[in-house]
Design a protein around this ligand. Structure first.
Ligand SMILES: *Cc1c(COP(=O)(O)O)cnc(C)c1O
Length: 467
């Protein structure tokens, strides 16, 4: 029987009054957290097959929320990858600090639209504070602007948009009004191992993937400064702090010095690596990075804030603001921070809430401890694998480790066995034309025991692959 509209609304009020739904969700979440260290790190075949249970036609009639939540838990939880556990080492995927999850729950209950001061003074204030704190923590110039976006892909898009427009304006062209057709040409310079999202941003921004000038890289994937083309004021250089494979850092200091002399805009893709700036031990990796013009960094990777949270930083506030500018008759003028002026989105979630909570709970010393711990675990992982006869292909300077076994076929087969074991999860990559296993230590929850247990999974995986 169809329920009347009012009946449905009355049920929803009653769900809020009884608190049963959130209690139910909380209990599932605790179940999930309790089991996280012992469950399969990647869902098994059965769990994945059961996902077909979601594949029904769009329901005609209203469903029972308690049943729906139960279905989500029953089918969904076993089919998740244990990103928040201690032995997921795939891609570069951060865990989630308990304070981030908790603040996220509260933020979900608030459901703030972070667009403007007029929509949410709270979101405006927390993002202003996060801007100041991140700039201070990283050691960037005072007044550097920050926009809070879904991730580094978008952060890079925003940073490069600011750079592109600033370059064109200096050349006497107004891209905001006139677009790119007929504009002076911009030269884009990237290292040979720039991240794929950089190319995506370049193509969206009309700068093209194929017309970039690519600088050769060394054996770790670092751009070779001596091979850079001559720079001038029409150039946009994109450097990297943290290569997704080897974890290496471009020689940022030298790049920035050359760029400065030439009046070139430098953007740094520091999705996971920029946080090196928060560690006294690792800071040397980003030396001179404060001389760049814009930066992208993720809070959902190294910093272990929940998804999604990326940050675009831009030294010249006006350059970011003018690239992201919008207005409308119904939008009130404001002398407070309107978050939408710093990013692509108008309406969006107030991701500054969890970021604020994480920064406040860690403090500078906690960030340093987290960065140092991830890097320390990567070194331990690499050292133990080397003594078990695996070949380590990179200098482990940060949280990434590349591993190979006797032949390409054996490397691939070993990786598959490791993935099937459910003990830990590592992905693959191609390094210098050959397959390699790629380890990224990115969760606060990883312990030395997790590393030991994972090394054992490597050894057993190799034995199964060899058998
Ligand atoms: C992860 C990553 C990106 C993309 O970031 P998202 O947050 O996934 O959009 C870009 N560059 C590097 C170096 C990365 O590691």
């Amino acid at each position: 029987m169809m329920k009347s509209k009012n009946a449905l609304q009355e049920e929803m009020f009653s769900q809020n009054r009884s608190k049963a739904l959130l209690e139910q969700a909380k209990s599932y979440a605790y179940d999930y957290l309790d089991g996280i260290q012992e469950r399969n790190v990647f869902p098994d075949g059965e769990a994945i097959q059961n996902l077909a249970g979601f594949g029904e036609p769009m329901p005609e009639e209203a469903g029972d929320p308690a049943e729906i939540l139960k279905l989500l838990h029953t089918l969904g939880s076993p089919a998740t990858a244990a990103h928040i556990g201690g032995r997921y080492f795939g891609f570069v995927i951060g865990g989630s600090l308990p304070i981030a999850t908790a603040a996220g729950w509260l933020a979900d209950a608030w459901d703030q639209n972070a667009a403007m001061y007029a929509t949410s003074p709270l979101a405006s204030q927390l993002e202003s504070v996060c801007e100041k704190w991140v700039v201070d923590l990283l050691g960037l110039p005072d007044g550097t602007a920050a926009g809070f976006v879904s991730g580094s892909s978008t952060a890079t898009l925003c940073g490069l948009a600011a750079g592109r427009n600033a370059i064109l304006k200096r050349l006497g062209w107004d891209p905001d009004e006139n677009g790119l057709f007929g504009a002076p040409s911009i030269r884009v310079i990237v290292g040979g191992q720039a991240h794929s999202t950089v190319y995506k941003a370049l193509s969206i921004l009309g700068l093209g993937r194929a017309r970039v000038e690519t600088v050769p890289v060394d054996d770790q994937g670092r751009l070779i400064v001596g091979k850079m083309p001559n720079l001038d004021s029409t150039c946009l250089v994109i450097a990297q702090a943290g290569n997704v494979n080897s974890g290496c850092f471009d020689p940022i200091n030298e790049i920035c010095d050359l760029a400065r002399e030439a009046g070139t805009w430098v953007h740094i893709d520091g999705a996971f690596g920029l946080w090196a700036a928060g560690s006294r031990e690792k800071k040397y990796l980003v030396k001179g990075f404060e001389k760049a013009d814009s930066w992208s960094v993720d809070a959902h990777k190294t910093l272990n804030v929940i998804y999604d949270c990326g940050i675009v930083l831009c030294k010249e506030r006006g350059a970011l603001l003018s690239a992201m500018q919008m207005s409308g008759a119904y939008i009130p003028a404001s002398d407070k921070r309107d978050n939408m002026n710093y990013t692509l989105d108008m309406s969006r979630r107030a991701r500054g809430i969890e970021l604020w909570a994480v920064l406040k709970s860690l403090g500078k010393s906690g960030v340093e401890d987290l960065v140092d711990r991830l890097c320390g675990h990567a070194l331990r992982f690499a050292g133990m694998l080397a003594s078990e006869g695996f070949e380590i292909l990179n200098d482990v300077v940060f949280n990434q480790v590349l591993v190979r076994f006797s032949s390409p076929e054996m490397t691939r087969a070993t990786m598959e066995k490791i993935q099937l074991s459910g003990e830990c999860w590592c992905g693959g990559t191609t390094w210098k034309g050959e397959p390699a296993i790629r380890i990224s230590v990115c969760s606060w929850a990883t312990t030395e025991e997790d590393i030991d247990r994972s090394v054992k999974a490597f050894v057993e995986g190799r034995a199964l692959a060899t058998a």
